[in-house]
Design a protein around this ligand. Structure first.
Ligand code: MN
Length: 732
């Protein structure tokens, strides 16, 4: 069966269905015939057929459900579709509107909707259901909520459907109790009307505002309405006369226009009274006329003709066509001295300007009534935004407005709820951990997990719009380096880095303090507290600005505790003698000068000498002990990295160093004298000699001699080697 035939059949069964329902409420059928009248005026039959199919489907799904007013539930989606039909929205949007409460309120799933009407419709229905769920929360910050709403909507059509839904709900508030009525009205005023306004949908936003005012402050509303009505009567002769004269004059000049008296909406008058603190009596009557022309050039022509007809007040002329308002609004505004010498405000705009001024983003669908995949709705919204931009000579701040509007429509952010219902804005991709840090760095530093929508999740879980996030903390929890892998906000990353580096500092500080203490007491320093004058002097010499920094450096191994201790003692003595410390002691380095003999122990296991690779280790009671880095004892020491330092010899190392040499010789008279002589010839002292083994033919001896460095030792050993009585020679 063709779509057209189907459309007819569905329409017939719908009429029958609604007629049947209508026995209880007689206006049901009217509702549907009104909708079909609008739809059939701008959509093709196939599209209309799909909408009828959806209407039957929805009526079936909502069967038996009533609204609080007592009418059948299906009346609501039909009325919402009607609002959208009047905006000439595309058929997919209208189908989604017809089905918008089906998933929430009946057993039908999104999948089923996708199968019956296409995935794009299912996505729209899902979007509307999700933003609807937001309404049940109490919100403090309207601005954040609006942003969250926009962010959640994803598809701009979701917002438009939701606004239409809200409009119908506002029309039917009467059946609710006062508390709910006022709550919904306030929400509409704070959230939905501004969103509509933001999207340039002036007509809709004004309706929402008026209905909100009516329900929030019925007395004020009716007082203003009465005044508007009265003044309209009073202005009628002036406005009628002006309209007629203008219409005639323009027609004579071959211009086809629509001319009508314009009324201020009630909420605008109320807002003006609030802002300017006016009483109702002080609000001025205004004779206002609007002229809609066919084309843009007609606007200027009409203006010229009107200015010939009535004398203009030049100071009040505004050309918003050449320079549109920041929301894209275009019109010519002028005030003339009209009939009976009365001032008349006149707006002149073309049909397309009028459509944009009234319908904003929704005006775009007027041209592209049937949009499918290739015209993604976001693209249409982009085009709408662009249509402002191409209007030449935009006012200077319009760029700013558009950037913000764009950010609202296509946000790079997610909006989530705190347990108290506040809204947090985070960059897209943010995780539960980022959320924790956004609450407070203390919460972040101690968090152990999160609940998203009451489900336990790990900290790296990504957040989605509308999530309700709660953070679990523990006093013992601390940041770990892995957190940097999944924190995306700069606040979280900075806090984690800060904590980690502080942690390292804290550990170094503890160790540094311990090392310095040990080194000082090794040097016979007996003061329990280091006098702060000594600290200050030492820091000045080391060019450091904090005592803790010095201790941290020691702990890190950047400075030798023993050298710092030595320096400190020198400072303290100099202080007592009241004379400056010699310059050469200022340098605290990791090199061994050879002059620290009293402060440094050279390990007797390996006897390091200048030129050897060395490490230093601090052992309580022994100060700094220097080992050769290949000493077998170092293997144990090096297992604890905090326990040793790499050292080097200064270029100008001074002094003599003990070294052990094993000598095996022929056991013959005079050998010992020969060896002693050779050592003496090289300006080396023999500190000790041990004869380890004396056999018949050979002897083994252990010398401890003093050398200045490796080269010195090598010279000695080379000559000993050359001696015929020496059989074997090794450094011990
Ligand atoms: Mn609804």
């Amino acid at each position: 069966m063709s779509k057209i035939a189907l459309a007819k059949r569905w329409k017939k069964s719908l009429s029958e269905l609604l007629e049947a329902l209508g026995k209880a409420a007689p206006d049901h059928e009217d509702l549907f015939s009104e909708l079909s009248g609008v739809l059939e005026s701008y959509l093709d039959e196939a599209a209309v057929a799909d909408i009828y199919k959806a209407t039957l489907y929805s009526a079936d799904a909502h069967k038996g459900q009533k609204r609080i007013s007592g009418e059948d539930y299906i009346c609501h989606p039909i009325a919402v579709a009607q609002v959208l039909g009047e905006m000439c929205m595309d058929s997919r949007t209208i189908i989604a509107a017809i089905l918008h409460d089906v998933v929430e309120d009946t057993g039908i799933t999104l999948n089923q909707i996708g199968e019956s009407f296409g995935d794009d419709v299912a996505v729209l229905v899902d979007g509307v259901s999700k933003v609807s769920q937001l309404e049940f929360r109490e919100h403090a910050e309207a601005e954040s909520f609006r942003k969250m709403f926009m962010a959640m909507a994803q598809d701009i059509r979701v917002i438009i459907i939701k606004l239409a839904d809200r409009l119908h709900n506002m029309h039917t508030l009467d059946s609710l109790d006062d508390v709910r009525k006022r709550r919904i009205a306030r929400q509409t005023l704070e959230i939905y009307a501004p969103i509509a306004n933001r999207l340039g949908m002036r007509e809709l936003s004004q309706k929402l505002e008026d209905l909100s005012l009516l329900n929030l402050y019925p007395k004020r509303y009716s007082a203003i309405a009465k005044k508007v009505k009265a003044s309209k009567r009073g202005r009628k002769p002036v406005v009628n006369e002006a309209c007629k004269n203008i219409q005639d004059k323009l027609a004579q000049n071959g211009l086809k226009v629509e001319v009508y008296g314009r009324e201020k909406n009630i909420f605008n008058i109320y807002r003006k009274m609030q802002q300017k603190k006016l009483s109702l009596k002080e609000v001025k009557d205004i004779n206002a006329i609007r002229i809609i022309t066919e084309k843009r050039p007609d606007c200027y022509q009409a203006l010229g003709i009107i200015h010939q007809l009535y004398k203009p007040r030049p100071e009040s002329f505004k050309d918003y066509i050449a320079i549109p308002k920041i929301n894209g609004y275009q019109s010519l505004h002028t005030v003339v001295v009209g009939p009976f010498g009365q001032p008349v405000e006149i707006q002149i705009r073309s049909q397309s300007m009028h459509r944009i001024a009234e319908k904003g983003v929704a005006s775009h669908w007027f041209y592209k009534t049937e949009t499918t995949g290739e015209h993604a709705p976001q693209q249409l919204a982009q085009q709408w935004l662009k249509s402002f931009l191409v209007s030449q000579h935009m006012s200077s701040d319009s760029g700013y407005y558009l950037e913000h509007l764009k950010a609202d429509l296509f946000p790079d952010e997610v909006y989530v709820f705190t347990p108290k219902g506040a809204i947090k804005r985070l960059p897209r991709g943010a995780t539960a951990l980022d959320f924790a840090y956004s609450v407070h760095s203390g919460v972040g530093d101690h968090c152990i997990g999160a609940l998203i929508n009451q489900t336990a999740v790990p900290l790296h879980e990504k957040l989605s719009n509308g999530d309700y996030v709660e953070i679990k903390t523990s006093r013992n929890a601390r940041p770990i380096p892995q957190w940097l892998d999944y924190a995306v906000t700069s606040k979280a990353r900075a806090s984690i880095r800060h904590y980690l580096s502080q942690q390292k500092d804290r550990e170094s500080l503890r160790l540094g303090r311990k090392l310095l203490r040990g080194a000082l007491s090794d040097q016979g320093y007996r003061k329990v507290r280091i006098p702060s004058a000594d600290k200050v002097n030492l820091l000045k010499h080391l060019e450091l600005d904090g005592w803790e920094r010095l201790l941290i450096d020691i702990g890190f191994g950047k400075r030798l505790p023993i050298l710092v201790a030595k320096q400190l003692i020198a400072e303290s003595e100099a202080q007592q003698r009241n004379r400056p410390v010699p310059n050469d002691q200022k340098q605290s380095t990791l090199t061994i000068e050879g002059t620290e003999r009293l402060l440094i122990t050279y390990a007797s296991c390996c006897h390091p000498i200048p030129g050897d690779n060395i490490i230093g280790t601090t052992t309580r009671g022994r100060g700094l002990v220097v080992h050769q880095s290949n000493c077998k004892n170092c293997k144990v020491i090096m297992r604890q990295p905090d326990n040793y330092f790499h050292l080097s010899w200064s270029e100008t190392t001074k002094g003599n160093f003990q070294v052990v040499i094993d000598v095996e010789t022929q056991n013959e008279p005079g050998v010992l004298a020969t060896i002693s002589n050779i050592i003496a010839e090289h300006n080396s002292n023999i500190n000790s000699l041990t004869v380890e083994q004396e056999l018949r033919h050979t002897a083994k001896m252990l010398f401890i001699i003093e050398v200045t460095d490796r080269k010195h030792l090598a010279d000695v050993m080379r000559q000993l080697h050359a001696e015929p009585s020496v059989i074997k020679l090794t450094r011990g």
